[in-house]
Design a protein around this ligand. Sequence first.
Ligand code: 5GP
Length: 121
Amino acid sequence: MSYDNQNIFARILRGEIPCDKVYENEWALAFHDIAPQAPTHILVIPKGQYISMEDFSSNASDSEIVGYFRAIGAVARQAGATADGYRILANHGKNAHQEVPHLHTHIFAGRDLGGMLGRPK
Ligand code: 5GP
């Protein structure tokens, strides 16, 4: 599978589609999820063209990986999520129901997030 540069997050990165931005650095962009599932629901995406964690962990440079993961932590701190806790989640592929084929890490916070996984459909 090759990277689809027309995916919605690629278009957000290029400024073709607006987003509610909360953070940006050299490596990452973070914005509010359009359909939040918690009081805080932020998506953090790398600036490079990576389909998912599989692609990113295989092909990104060490600088990209460090920059991206530091950005996730910074976004959670900036959102005030560290004291009461937060969850990060990145879906890869069919079984995880990944919808957008550009790596994104969800940050959920602001309420008790319950158990780790829902039941299979
Ligand atoms: P996935 O299931 O791929 O892990 O999650 C994709 C997420 O992207 C969903 O939570 C969905 O609400 C969010 N999303 C899809 N399209 C847009 C969009 O155009 N803007 C924003 N901010 N979020 C989006």
